[in-house]
Design a protein around this ligand. Structure first.
Ligand SMILES: NC(=O)c1ccc[n+]([C@@H]2O[C@H](COP(=O)([O-])OP(=O)(O)OC[C@H]3O[C@@H](n4cnc5c(N)ncnc54)[C@H](OP(=O)(O)O)[C@@H]3O)[C@@H](O)[C@H]2O)c1
Length: 336
């Protein structure tokens, strides 16, 4: 495990402190992985007993991208997997995320330092604002009215200046919030991670990101496979359309669904803790589609969102997107 130097909040916010002077993060000097790899390993709900092995297994197999987050409460084990794998730091991409409790500057600085320390890395490749929602520290899910997404973004920009992360980005933002951040950013979002898969394609939203030069990371790329999700839609592995298409490609449904994501130009981060699935999913990189097949897939969009904690938080999320949050009492809603 690498030692992470403590840094003071004041130093980070003065933009003066480069805590890792031996790191060469200037664009000219960067070696190894420069752009986010299109295929990575997700770690949400990855069992603490199994995730270290899953991460090591994936990296040794050729994965070079790990999608982590402090709130997954397994970054220390993910870090053990990274340390055990036979890979150099500069040859892999590591993403982490700032949780809602930690948007204020002191909390955010402590949070990124904890992620760095737990993951055992000196810098992140990408640090995402996990949701456009700030909670009052220690009073979750009470909404922090004093901290806007713009305040949080300015805090995160200082993490790039302090060499704690190469890039910063956003997650689960509505289109209007992406536009608002693009209007005010000095260091602009590198990527936006949001839910998109065959049952929630959001092609216009994906295209919008291409137009503004922000990469899309598709989470839950296997649609309703995550056992945490409770939707009325049939499991994608039993969907006749996908079974037939997979048969045509001589591939599994998982490989075919992930390949569609890759073919439409988004980054996919399927999660698994099983060697069999981790290895199988990599086969997605070999599959391509004709224009007619891509059009046929587009016609199957169900516009069903699997992951929407907005109701529990009393916050309207995804307001201008497919399947926005519906609150029981809209008067209580806080549009963020
Ligand atoms: N930014 C955000 O707010 C956000 C939200 C959600 C997710 N994410 C990220 O995106 C990642 C992926 O999303 P997700 O975890 O929701 O869902 P997912 O990757 O679409 O699906 C994961 C589920 O599919 C199973 N699976 C994986 N490969 C399979 C295969 N080849 N055959 C059969 N089953 C297979 C896994 O099983 P086993 O695990 O049992 O092997 C797991 O139950 C997360 O882990 C996380 O890193 C980010």
């Amino acid at each position: 495990m690498l030692f992470i130097q403590p840094i003071s909040v004041a130093a980070v916010f003065a933009g003066l402190f480069a805590p890792f002077p031996t790191l060469a993060l200037a664009e000219d000097d960067i070696t190894g992985v420069r752009d986010i790899p299109q295929f990575g390993l997700g770690t949400w709900l990855s069992n603490r007993e199994k995730v270290a092995h899953a991460v090591k297994y994936a990296l040794d197999l050729g994965y070079n991208h790990i999608d982590a987050a402090l709130i997954y409460r397994n970054e220390d084990q993910t870090g053990r997997g990274i340390a055990a794998a036979d890979v150099a730091r500069e040859d892999i991409w590591v993403t982490s995320k700032l949780w809602n409790d930690d948007h204020r500057p002191d909390e955010a600085t402590a949070a990124i330092q904890k992620s760095l320390s737990d993951l055992g890395v000196e810098y992140l490749d990408l640090y995402l604002m996990h949701w456009p929602v700030a909670f009052v520290p220690g009073e979750s899910p009470k909404i922090d009215q004093e901290t806007s997404i713009f305040d949080t973004w300015r805090t995160m920009e200082n993490f790039v200046r302090a060499n704690l992360t190469r890039h910063i980005g956003i997650s689960n933002f509505a289109k209007k919030d992406v536009e608002a951040i693009m209007d005010m950013c000095t260091i602009c979002p590198y990527a936006h991670e949001f839910e998109t898969h065959p049952y929630l394609q959001q092609q216009d939203f994906v295209d919008f990101h291409k137009d503004i030069g922000v990469k899309v990371i598709a989470y839950s790329p296997l649609a309703n496979t995550n056992p945490h999700y409770d939707s009325d839609v049939q499991p994608i592995f039993e969907d006749t359309f996908w079974k037939d298409l997979a048969g045509k490609k001589n591939a599994t449904v998982a490989q075919t669904v992930l390949a569609w994501g890759i073919n439409r130009g988004v980054v996919v981060v399927p999660k698994s803790v099983h060697e069999k699935y981790i290895s199988e999913n990599q086969g997605a990189l070999e599959i391509s589609f004709t224009d007619d097949e891509m059009k046929a897939i587009q016609d199957t969009d169900k516009k069903v969102r699997m992951n929407d904690p907005g109701k529990g938080w009393g916050v309207k999320l995804f307001v201008d997107l497919d399947a926005p949050t519906r609150l029981d009492d809209d008067k209580k809603a806080q549009e963020l």
